[in-house]
Design a protein around this ligand. Sequence first.
Ligand code: HNI
Length: 147
Amino acid sequence: MVEWSDSERNTIASVWGKVNVDEIGAQALGRVLIVYPWTQRYFGTFGDLSSAPAILGNPKVAKHGKTVLSALEKAVKNMDDIKGTYSQLSLLHCEKLNVDPDNFRLLADCLTIVIATAFGAGFSPAVQATWQKFLSVVVAALSSRYF
Ligand code: HNI
């Protein structure tokens, strides 16, 4: 069971309040597909993923990035039961989508980089540490039904 201090809860709420789900979602998923090209194999129906500009301009990547980030909001709103919140989603990624769970960590890291770039000095090391704690719990929860 993960414990959250009031300060950590405030930090996560504050970071989330500044996240533009459309933009950050598209950039984070786009970055995963560019930096870790093997992840493209899960998105065979998404059309042109042949170059970084193609990925960043691909409307299906943008739409799915928004879907992923919108799902992240559920964790922000249910910080005391992130595992339960993602139970079905974990099962879906495992049994139906067959996504290797290592990829959750890659997406989480890309998301942190994109947020750090967007926020600049506002994303201090202390804020980043709390944000990464939060994403670690999200990654563990999404991986929880694999085992
Ligand atoms: Ni993921 C579908 C949430 C990481 C590959 N994913 C979804 C859906 C949600 C979602 C929500 C839609 C489910 C539905 O249709 O009911 N995915 C999340 C979250 C994370 C994540 C919250 C991590 C923070 N997904 C990943 C990663 C990959 C991934 C890292 C692969 C690299 N996801 C998929 C694929 C689909 C998907 C593939 C189906 C897409 C489609 O529309 O065909």
